[in-house]
Design a protein around this ligand. Sequence first.
Ligand code: SF4
Length: 702
Amino acid sequence: HEKPPLGRISTTCPYCGVGCGVRAAVDHSEGDPLHPANGGWLCVKGSALHDTLTKEGRLLAPRMAGQPVAWPEAIEGIATAISESVRDYGPESVAFYLSGQLLTEDYYIVNKLAKGFIATPHVDTNSRLCMSSAVSAHKRAFGEDCVPACYNDLELADLLVLAGSNAAWAHPVLYQRMKAAHRSGRRVVVIDPRKTATTEWADLHLQLRPGTDALLFNGLLAWLHARQALALEYIRQHCNGFEETLALARSCAPSIRVVARGCDLSDADVERFYQWFAETPKTVTAFSQGINQSVSGTDKANAIINCHLATGRVGKPGASPFSLTGQPNAMGGREVGGLANTLAAHMDYDSPGAQRRVSDFWHSRQIACGPGLRAVELFEAVHRGDIRVLWVMGTNPAVSLPDSQRVQSALARCPTLIVSDCMEKTDTTEHADILLPAAGWGEKDGTVTNSERRISRQRRFLPLPAQVRPDWQIVRDVARALGHGHAFDYHRPADIFREHAALSGYGNGGERIFDISALAQLSNQAYDELQPVQWPVTGGNAGAWLQTPRLFSSGRFPTPDGRARMVPVAALSPAQQPTPRHPLVVNTGRVRDQWHTMTRTGLTPRLFAHRSEPFIELHPCDIAGFGLIEGALATATGSGGAAYTGRVRAHEGQRAGEIFVPIHWNGRFASSALASNLIRPVVDPISGQPEGKHGVAMIRPL
Ligand code: SF4
């Protein structure tokens, strides 16, 4: 193990998709003033990062069957389990479940081993729970999974629409940037069923009925058309599908009255939003989990994109749809193809020539040849016994996936469960047959990509504990033990990054949008010193890379005919509706100072000051109506029969008949407070993203 550099180094925050630059040391974290994402700002989570650099709870040695073992034994154990499973049950009996916390280099090497050498397509990631609906919508509309805009557009917009986003808590530094850029005449519309810290800033809060976003945006498209406010010449030149899209929008949202009733809004508020959208060329609609985590999340995102295409507002300064990514490297996982439905880079299995191109590039003899199972389906396959070796890396699906009891049962039944994690005890590691101590933030080196397509370095500034290893190295050693050493001759993350960059440009010919092949020749030193860079990177050098802040400004899209596609969208209802047995609608989300299942943020008391315990927020009228007492404990029981217990909080900003629970608490902190117990495993059929924002429940005092 090399010695880490002394003093503060520039790295990237491991939490949300804003991707803030951090100047970090063992006892200090501060915003990097030179990083374009944050210009020196950090939120409370980022500024408490050094408080979480503790050995408390760390997994410090490999284990098999609960006993510490040496690395060679663990690697051999994994290779044997995979080989035997492939021999006896076929390659598709092996699966990988990854994480938006992994670095791009980790993602790349796992994807290569799984799809290119084990020949299993079953590689999915917790990014499935985060933004896979946005991915599907981008592909449908633009032909590629691309965010057309950059953070600067959120500042330039004269009308900022935040749909399904509590950015003040979930993307705090970006929210601060948006606020700091506020000026006279600029307007903010927030679309959210709850009043939140973000809605406090809004000029107009559309507190709509949960799940009705597609109706609202269909109505907008129809209204803009009726007011002759569409960019018909742009549509004629650059878009397909307009007539069909408009026809469906008009049939399901024929008038403001119909939209207002369906969304449970006032006619005046709906009209005000439509009027502002019509009269403001510089409009950005930023959308996040409130849109994505739905059985119709892809349609909702496309309904938003349709309105932007129809007004010619895509990829222009201050005018674009903008998917706000949840995790630090959700975008990086997408770049390497680390989703079950993609092969590698941005190539799908059915992209012309993709399988041959990738297998030639990887020098693999047998490659996975069709899409794999997506997160919810994957764990069902584990439960059925179809998946016999599952390797979970850097994530805690026992808490984060819907119907956590079913997922825990699947994990317990899996013949060989391998888990790589920094932490010894999580709800998932307790089921592991082979447990691998992975390097954490500050101990590993690589790259991540944020919501605006900006690749930044995460750098090591801590010594690696003796038995702890970075994920890429663990995967490389398993690949070598499986006999694939010739294709996994990596000695450092830079070796992997160069290969990843070279694959990104494969078959480019001006059509592949994801292109960082200009970075494929980076020297080790240039990789170490790489400054944040926004893809596509079309040339240049370390002094001045040719970057691309915006995409599709010219109106040309990476589809076969170069035209964007407007997608007809039916405004579907959520999968579950309240019943007399389960009369309350459940919404879930983040609190300001915690991250995911708290395996890191739960390490510092400072981050519990804001919300110290699990809670259930209700409108005061429901507290009385259900015989609850504010401040006392209550139990919500979902339609699957599992429960969530938390302290009752009154919130005037909660719609009556709806509750909100935070997603963070896990078995280590409060085993009775798993929000996923209230969410059924119903998914968007296009994206496979679960409906994390909509369940139903009954509530009773404890
Ligand atoms: Fe980290 Fe996100 Fe906070 Fe920035 S806004 S410091 S990336 S958690």
